[in-house]
Design a protein around this ligand. Structure first.
Ligand code: GDP
Ligand code: CA
Length: 335
């Protein structure tokens, strides 16, 4: 079994690549479990919206809007248009088909189904073979701290277009939320654990903050390999570059390696950043240099195959991580 940790767009592309690579495997399909960030989830017009879960769901189902990376391909906006006629700002883009997903999810949650069961039902109905697990069935909300005060995640990310300076991030409710037992069990059985090229601080960190998650990664037999979302000194999309810099980390795969610290056995970085490979190796993290921009399905599948082949050459926990402890201390202070 392969386990991937994912946020939205970057995570979904990698998870899709892994599912393509695994289903065409000669040895028969290995199973893929994707543990998805739910810190971005929020309530809107009475509906429970789970942006990262839906992005991964639509992408794995072949329904994603390739232009945006999120939302359903060919979706219409009749509901949003009507909301605007009522004078609503309707700042969160929700297409009509996308709305149907949130309607059904909200109804099922209201009837008492946990988010994991609701997600399983949606994924099955859309023919997704991979197992999609929310990071928790509990409630965790990512809160963005700025010099002017705190912002709810979607207020920061969508409404204010992630332009605010991020001085810190906290995950409200994280002390009460529990990861899914299936997620922890999957990590124990995994052959490889992949940290998708998602935003390390906004998408992967909330998953890692689930109780027992870091320990499960540390104790797993499988190697832990991240794919860098930072290429040539910037994020391909979103604020990962600015947030890493604000936390005092280099905006490069080296900064990503330092951010994850002792958690990592390997890091996949783009050929553009090949010169950083020796510095990454010096941290005790094995580098793999390749093309990491996923423009189409072929890119996704190739990157996934190379990442899995690379992981298979790594043993877990053998890296020396000379700076691991210091990096843990340097980690962003929560709350
Ligand atoms: P969000 O939840 O939709 O914001 O998405 P994620 O957190 O999963 O992913 C955002 C990150 O994906 C950004 O930092 C991008 O740099 C990264 N990303 C997007 N597409 C690619 C790609 O094709 N290759 C790599 N390496 N990173 C990507
Ligand atoms: Ca997200």
């Amino acid at each position: 079994m392969i386990v991937a940790l994912a946020g939205g767009v970057g995570g979904a592309k990698m998870a899709h690549g892994l599912s393509l690579a695994l289903t065409t495997e000669a040895a028969g399909p290995a199973t893929l479990t994707v543990i998805v960030n739910t810190g971005d989830d929020f309530d809107h017009y009475g509906l429970r919206i789970c942006p990262d879960l839906d992005t991964v769901l639509y992408t794995l189902a072949g329904l994603a809007n390739e232009a945006t990376g999120w939302g359903v391909v060919g979706d219409t906006t009749a509901a949003l248009d009507m909301l605007r006629r009522y004078g609503e700002e309707a700042w969160f883009w929700l297409g009509d088909r996308d709305l149907a997903t949130s309607l059904l999810r909200t109804a099922r949650l209201s009837a008492g189904e946990p988010l994991s069961a609701v997600t399983r039902g949606l994924a099955q109905a859309l023919g997704v073979g991979a197992r999609l697990l929310p990071m928790t069935d509990g409630l965790v909300a990512t809160i963005i701290q700025t010099p002017d005060g705190e912002l709810a995640f979607q207020d920061y990310f969508v409404r204010r277009r992630h332009q605010d300076v991020v001085s810190g991030v906290r995950f409200a409710g994280v002390e009460h939320a529990r990861p899914l037992p299936e997620a922890l069990a999957a990590l124990t059985q995994a052959e490889a654990i992949i940290l998708c090229p998602s935003n390390p601080l906004l998408s992967i960190e909330p998953i890692l903050q689930m109780e027992g998650m870091r320990a499960a990664l540390a104790q797993a037999d499988a190697p832990v390999v991240a794919v860098s979302p930072i290429i040539g000194g910037q994020a391909l999309k979103g604020p990962a570059d600015r947030i890493l810099a604000a936390q005092g980390f280099e905006v490069s795969p080296l900064g990503v390696a330092r951010w994850y610290g002792a958690l990592l056995d390997g890091l996949v970085l783009d050929a553009t950043d090949a010169a950083l490979a020796p510095d990454i190796a010096a941290l005790g993290v094995r580098p793999l240099v390749t093309q990491t921009i996923m423009r189409d399905d072929a890119d996704r599948e190739r990157l996934a195959r190379e990442t899995l082949a690379f992981a298979a050459t790594l043993a877990h926990g053998q890296a020396s991580h000379p700076t691991g402890a210091a990096e843990d201390d340097a980690r962003m202070k929560q709350g």
